[in-house]
Design a protein around this ligand. Structure first.
Ligand code: AHG
Ligand code: MN
Ligand code: MN
Ligand code: MN
Length: 333
């Protein structure tokens, strides 16, 4: 990308590329808040060693997880940056028990659900982590009194979704339902610059990504599928295994290299671990927009409507051929 046609996130959002994107100005403003929150989070992660921000915050969240100091910093950054855009009606965060209100004077038209810091267990060992967000238009006609129908939303009704990956490079990957675009943070100018246009996953892949430590608890369909892709049977080379433990990192690699990511339900946790509104739904939207598939083991993740804001769902997403094969095992066993 030569410097004479540097396309920053803002320029891209306001450009005439998206002829039929209504509410362009609102989206550009909302994404200025998201980009700010990601830059603040990225900076906090990079400086954690100097500022003693590794380790635990000394609280547990609604998921009974030990909250990291950087979880709190990222959560505060997202709440502040989103509220100040005046485009947000209410919010849901992994780190907050209930819906986050926005004052009447600041309330806008969009509902944002976010995982401020995904993969927190990897922070202290300097392995890539991310942030994830999903955006819906509000449903309530009221000025600022939200209701459950504003936040318990079907993934397929999303206006936009995306993730930040704080990795070897810091990226923002997003979709408005018209393809997937990736922006890389240029630290020299402090801008996210367009580097990946219309990202698409390959139809087939031979990398599988799952926490095998849970294998004795998996359902039979998952057990038999993983056994098959490792067996080398029918002359097919065994798949490679890659599991980072940050969903954003595992999904970003799956998007770029193909294959399948799995977090199934099991006998310990029948609905798996990953939360619908701010992990499964936004990453399923990205995956489908990149010509991939995302299923809960029987139907597309995007067709689900959660009954609670922190509802967990089983998830299998990646190359269409891998998902199709997985589903045959789920049906058979
Ligand atoms: P978070 O750090 O936001 O709580 O999410 C962690 C999630 C997800 O990023 C990852 O795929 C999964 O936890 C890993 O879980 P296991 O350690 O059970 O494999
Ligand atoms: Mn967590
Ligand atoms: Mn997460
Ligand atoms: Mn998190």
């Amino acid at each position: 990308m030569s410097s004479n046609n540097l396309i920053t996130l803002h320029r891209w959002l306001l450009s005439d590329t998206h002829k039929n994107m209504e509410n362009k100005l609102e989206m550009a403003n909302l994404f200025s808040g998201i980009a700010l929150a990601c830059k603040i989070t990225n900076n906090a992660i990079k400086r954690a060693g100097f500022e003693s921000n590794f380790g635990l915050a000394g609280i547990t969240n609604v998921h009974s997880e030990d909250v990291k100091k950087l979880d709190v910093i990222a959560n505060d950054a997202f709440k502040m940056a989103l509220k100040s855009t005046r485009e947000v009606f209410c919010m849901v965060s992994e780190e907050e028990d209930s819906i986050i209100p926005v004052s009447q004077s600041q309330a806008g038209n969009y509902v944002v659900a976010f995982d401020p810091l995904d993969g927190s267990s990897n922070l202290d060992c300097n392995v890539s982590v991310g942030s994830i967000f999903s955006i819906w238009s509000k449903v309530s006609k009221d000025g600022h009194n939200y209701s459950n129908e504003d936040v318990l939303r079907k993934g397929r009704d999303m206006t936009a979704a995306g993730y930040a990956l704080y990795g070897s490079a810091t990226m923002l990957v997003l979709t408005f339902g018209q393809g997937v675009y990736g922006f890389t943070l240029d630290n020299h100018i402090g801008e996210f610059v367009l580097t990946h246009v219309e990202m698409r996953i390959r139809t087939k892949g031979s990398i599988y990504s799952i926490n095998e430590g849970n294998s004795i608890y998996w359902d039979k369909g998952t057990q038999e599928y993983v056994k098959a892709i490792k067996s080398g049977a029918d002359g097919r080379a065994p798949y490679s295994s890659r599991y980072i433990g940050s969903m954003v990192s595992d999904i970003h690699r799956t998007l770029l290299y193909g294959g399948i990511f799995m977090y199934p339900g099991d006998t310990k946790s029948p609905n798996g671990k990953l939360r619908y509104l701010y992990e499964v739904a936004p990453l399923s939207f990205i995956m489908e927009q990149a010509a991939g598939k995302a299923t809960n083991g029987s139907s597309p993740c995007l067709d689900m409507v959660p009954k609670s804001i922190h509802e967990r769902v089983p998830v299998f997403m990646g190359s269409p051929a891998c998902i199709e094969e997985l589903l045959t095992y789920q049906k058979k066993f």
